[in-house]
Design a protein around this ligand. Sequence first.
Ligand SMILES: [Zn+2]
Length: 237
Amino acid sequence: MNKELSSLLTGIQNILFPSLCVACNAYVPEQQPLCSRCLDTLKPAGYLGLSPKRMSSVAPAFKKHLSIRIALFSGFRYSPAVKELLHHYKYTSHYSYLSAYIADLLIRDLIRQNVPMRQYHYLTCVPMHPVKLRERDFNHAALLGKHIAQAFKIPFEPALLSVKKNYPLQSHLSEKARRKNPLGRFALTEKDTSAYRQKNAIIIDDVFTTGTTLFSCVNELLPLSPPALLMLTLARA
Ligand SMILES: [Zn+2]
């Protein structure tokens, strides 16, 4: 397509679908999901220290693997702008475009903060319940993980963990039941996992709030004895 035609089509597209900031609805001339003002409100979150005592209480398998170096890194503090961005990513048809945008924000932050991504041998993600996956068509953590793995040239292994068969949907459990039984929701693949043994691992999710989901996943990954394990999220509440 020649440049004039492409620019004309972009112009028509702008009139038909003006680019509005997903967080504050301001017009964004650059056709970006967030306006520069909302972008400026994003605050880096960085690493969160996790003591062996805390890890042992949230992921009991850690007691047998005390020498594993576990870290949590989040790109940004959970804020209204991040909330809206993730909401649009998860619940609208623009997810492909938004996944690339969100991943790019995180990639730039990982580089800025010198997170040693290349020391990890593979990247996996928090799996999604099969019923939810059918409803949504995509696993938001997996899509994000794919972009991050590609950017840092790390093998991406999205099927290493799965939600256990017949495990009830989180939304069907009461808050009390969720807190009571956070473990036992995920399982390591029944396929041969020898290629992942003693390899440094990254597991990605969109947001870290109580950590229940990520810690439950980590509990299943620990028997693989990764010397280093990084939990990675876009945001942290
Ligand atoms: Zn805005």
